[in-house]
Design a protein around this ligand. Structure first.
Ligand code: FES
Ligand code: FES
Length: 168
């Protein structure tokens, strides 16, 4: 089996029990994706698979044969930060930075979900076009914890960039 990670085709693990997170970090040495809880509770390990956010600690690498995986290392283009990465700097969206790769990947996936019209727990109208208000962003990003408490800056950065993109 093989995976397409940040545009590069790479081999999957020999051991089918290896998580996607461990394969990214330990074998491919893409250590931007972080291991926090390793049990699906913190969001630090969030990556994108075909544009959808997943928790890589809860995923087996072998599940993703032939799928396109994007990690934080794959977001900058030609040395230029992704707009959301730049916004995290501008809006003080991090302190230690440990949660940041997961926050950024999660926010990109979250914004795509909103553009597809996926409602959240705080959406009043389940069929309406989603507007990513502060409350909506907070709710939709609630699976990504930040021990430094940089939440206000994180939400500001998201609302200034990916949350402001028009619906498709
Ligand atoms: Fe995956 Fe915490 S390390 S959710
Ligand atoms: Fe330190 Fe979020 S910036 S955990």
């Amino acid at each position: 089996m093989s995976l397409i990670v940040n545009g590069n085709t790479v081999a999957g693990p020999l051991d089918p029990r290896v998580s996607l997170l461990d394969h990214l970090r330990e074998t491919l040495h893409l250590t931007g994706t972080k291991k926090g809880c390793n049990q699906g509770a913190c969001g630090a390990c969030t990556v994108l698979v075909d544009g959808t956010r997943i928790l890589s600690c809860l995923a087996l690498a072998v599940q993703y044969d032939g799928r396109a995986i994007t990690t934080i290392e794959g977001l900058a283009e030609a040395g230029t930060l992704h707009p959301l990465q730049a916004a995290f700097i501008e809006h003080d969206g991090f302190q230690c930075g440990y949660c940041t790769p997961g926050q950024i990947c999660s926010a990109i996936g979250m914004a795509a979900e909103a553009r597809r019209g996926v409602p959240s727990h705080v959406s009043d109208d389940l069929t309406a076009t989603v507007t990513l208000t502060r409350e909506e962003v907070q709710e939709r990003m609630s699976g990504n914890l930040c021990r430094c408490g940089a939440y206000n800056g994180i939400v500001d950065a998201i609302r200034a960039t990916v949350a402001a993109e028009p619906a498709a």
